[in-house]
Design a binder for this molecule. Structure first.
Ligand SMILES: Cc1ncc(COP(=O)(O)O)c(C=O)c1O
Length: 365
């Protein structure tokens, strides 16, 4: 049975991405690898039409967290100060990363289900500033919330702080304003909205931001300065995951041929609108209002009388993998992502699977 992944990455692969991994054996010190790496770096910048003289895509072998850790540890200078905005698991993880690296860090904590409290953030910027950087998660996958960054960006600009954006679950499908927001860098991964496989992550950094951070010397493996220097010279400081590069290259070709990130956002929105409508008709309500949720993932309240494990197992038996809530949300919600090589028929079958499961539950004595 074909298994459809509705978890927030890894995603259901297209045949082309899957087959690309059977490409020729390749040494990461050979010119063919340099060509592949250079192509991916260019394509990542092309998604948002970024100028390679100002921006650099830096490829790492690791998961999304590696990219976030590389971004935070390489871009906040030794004498820098970081304000972290938290409204879920991944914002909290940024604070943990910063603390482990001994970075002077303050946090603005929010309950997991709330949006950004701008007056409180502004008060923190005023009261304990100046901060060189503010770090935030774009799409907080914990709840499915797409954090509204426009006003935060304005606040940061007014206070002279640059933004470090965890775009792990938004890059490729949600708007990132590289020219309007004071971004120093974003961190993302191959295996979410780009539809590649786990193993390659990347940071897109403003070259001047990396240069002014200087040598932070916090880490050997995640040092973006070293990666940038090597990759600009068609090299790599460490062995890269060659087969996942093949997959990312094929996935980026597909994204461009589909029409780019806006087309992908449209298709995710269409898929999610169908799922939300169908589940609402069955009495399953979304955790957040439509306008607050990303197009990438929505969270839903568990139906009355049906626990997560039972729902998960019933759906798995029908070929669909959903995702649990984290920590305190585990007993309350389940999550569905729209990413990956899904067809309209897949979404239709998912809706029918919910019909069957809930109908079965209602008719059981
Ligand atoms: C917003 C966000 N940041 C970071 C991560 C961590 O990514 P990974 O599990 O690939 O390390 C995730 C994973 O889902 C995420 O959604």
């Amino acid at each position: 049975m074909r298994m459809i992944l509705l978890n927030p990455g890894p995603v259901t692969l297209s045949p082309r991405v899957r087959e690309s991994m059977l490409g020729p054996d390749l040494c990461h010190r050979e010119p063919e690898f340099a060509v592949l790496q250079g192509k991916i770096r260019r394509q990542l910048l092309e998604i948002h039409a970024l100028d390679a003289a100002q921006w650099a895509a830096i490829l790492l072998t690791g998961s999304g967290t590696a990219a976030v850790e590389a971004m935070v540890s390489s871009l906040v200078p030794s004498d820098g100060r970081l304000l972290v905005i938290e409204n879920g698991v991944y914002g909290e993880r940024i604070s943990n990363i910063a603390r482990r690296h001994g970075i002077a860090t303050e946090r603005v904590e929010h309950p997991w289900l709330t949006g950004l409290d701008l007056p409180r953030i502004e008060a923190a910027l005023r009261a304990s500033g100046p901060f060189t950087h503010v770090a935030v998660v774009h799409h907080e996958t914990t709840s499915g919330r797409l954090n509204d960054l426009q006003q935060l960006a304005t606040l940061c600009a007014a206070h002279g702080a640059e933004l470090l954006l965890d775009a792990v679950s938004s890059f490729g499908a949600e708007e990132i304003d590289f020219t309007g927001w004071p971004l120093a860098a974003i961190a993302a991964t191959a295996n979410k909205c780009l539809h590649g496989v786990p193993g390659t992550a990347f940071v897109i950094a403003r070259r001047s931001a990396l240069a002014s951070a200087g040598e932070t010397c916090r880490t050997i493996y995640l040092d973006l300065q070293a990666y940038l220097k090597n990759q600009d010279q068609q090299g790599t400081p460490f062995t890269q995951s060659v087969q996942t590069f093949y997959a990312l290259s094929a996935a980026l070709d597909e994204l461009a041929q589909e029409g780019g990130w806006k087309t992908r956002r449209e298709s995710y929105r269409n898929r999610m609108a169908k799922v939300r409508r169908h589940l609402l008709n069955l009495g399953i309500s979304p955790l957040l209002a439509e306008g607050e949720s990303s197009c990438v993932l929505n969270a839903f309240h568990l139906p009355a009388g049906l626990g997560y494990t039972a729902l998960h197992d019933e759906l798995k038996a029908r070929g669909f993998i959903i995702y649990a809530g984290q920590s305190s949300l585990a007993q309350q919600i389940f999550r569905i992502s729209t990413m990956g090589d899904l067809s309209e028929g897949d979404i239709q079958r998912l809706c029918s699977a919910f019909d069957e499961i809930l109908e079965g539950g209602r008719s059981r004595p």
